[in-house]
Design a protein around this ligand. Structure first.
Ligand code: PLP
Length: 361
């Protein structure tokens, strides 16, 4: 079997060792004589997995007992509603920084539940090529929270550093959590769907500071109410056990790679290989995102024509490199180089880019 060089935007590549370990335990999880898919979520064996994943998250992010790690279903998209339902009270305003497709979705969803202010919007003719500068963020005094999207998965931009508003900072980190060191303590709430950097689809992580947890609104749908989920330690109902189990293995792998420092070095090296190829052939490849907003997770670029883009994607596929098609809303090429993507695959793609420009440039 040859493993595909998977540059898909999500679900995405997982570390081979994680898949192998899962396969080895497939029929007998923790000596139970059952697959992990078959055991009770109330049993001691599963409970150990559940607690282990939460502890690893806190360790990796350098967070203590003043934060709670929730592991829930519904994807990051459900959090677009859960955040305002819990944190936005009548009479208050929530600020949103809109920098891309998902950021806009979060902003629109929040409008269903309360007063929302567009504190910054970097769109130019529908395209988002950068994150806002500090002076462009017009925060509401006394805002309930400020919401941002740390990495714009579709347009390929990422905050090199984060704004520092007075209000609690909430971030959708679905496509870059655990890919680089961050000051997690600067955030009141971080959420992320697992299927990009953390594991398989099915589990979403919500990391919330306890003082905010205590101030959440009541009377919300039970499964979206953070205090209810926290009180039951994310076991109010059946959690996505298998996704959590696999995510736990990815977290262990991240720790073995040197934690966030290690992942940060790896991400930077991979991103530089691709942006290097783009910049060396700037007359052929074109990166639409401003240099200081470039994403180290989703490298988006265009070729001189759509025909050449199609050809690039199909020739890459013939060489085992898959998932390179840009999002249907923006076109072009997008190489997603999340944590699970091997540096060697990225080197292969960078060489292919060189070869392609020699043939077609
Ligand atoms: C993929 C993605 C989402 C959507 O995640 P789901 O789990 O599919 O709901 C939200 N935000 C960002 C930044 C994403 O990359």
């Amino acid at each position: 079997m040859k493993r595909a060089f998977n540059f898909g935007p999500g679900p995405s590549a997982l570390p081979l060792s994680v898949l192998q370990e899962t396969a080895a335990e497939w029929l007998d999880f923790a000596g139970t004589g059952m697959s992990v898919l078959e055991v009770s979520h109330r049993g001691a064996e599963y409970e150990a997995v559940h607690k282990d994943a939460q502890a690893r998250f806190k360790r990796l992010l350098g967070l203590g007992d003043d934060y709670t790690v929730l592991m829930v279903g519904g994807g990051a998209s459900t959090q677009f509603a859960a955040v305002p339902l819990n944190l936005l009270r009548p009479g208050q305003t929530a600020d949103y920084l809109v920098t891309g497709y998902w950021a806009k979705k979060a902003y629109k969803e929040a409008q269903l539940f309360g007063t929302v202010n567009l504190a910054a919007d970097t769109a130019v003719e529908g395209a988002y090529c950068r994150v806002p500068r500090a002076e462009e963020c017009l925060f509401t005094p006394g805002a309930a929270y400020v919401h941002l999207t740390s990495n714009n998965t579709i347009f390929g931009s990422q905050y090199p550093s984060f704004p520092k508003p007075a209000a609690p900072l909430v971030a959708d980190m679905s496509s870059d959590l655990l890919s680089r060191p961050i000051d997690a303590r600067a955030f009141a709430l971080i959420y992320a769907g697992a299927q990009k950097n953390l594991g398989p689809a099915g589990v979403t992580v919500v990391i919330i500071r306890n003082d905010l947890l205590e101030r959440c609104r009541d009377g919300m749908p039970t499964m979206l109410h953070y205090p209810t989920l926290a009180k039951a330690d994310s076991l109010h109902n059946t959690p996505p056990c298998f996704a959590i189990y696999l995510m736990g293995k990815v977290l262990k792998w991240v720790e073995e790679q040197g934690g966030l420092e290690g992942m940060g070095r790896r991400s930077k090296q991979k991103a530089e290989a691709l942006y290097g190829a783009i910049d060396r052939h700037a007359g052929f490849y074109r990166a639409p995102v401003d240099k200081d907003s470039r994403s180290a997770m989703n490298v988006v670029f265009r070729l001189p024509s759509e025909e050449l883009e199609k050809r690039f994607i199909s020739e890459a596929k013939a060489q085992g490199m898959v998932g390179l098609k840009g999002h249907r809303s923006v076109g072009g090429v997008r190489a997603s180089i999340y944590n699970g993507v091997e540096p060697a695959w990225v080197e292969a793609l960078a060489s292919f880019m060189e070869q392609f420009v020699r043939q077609h440039g």
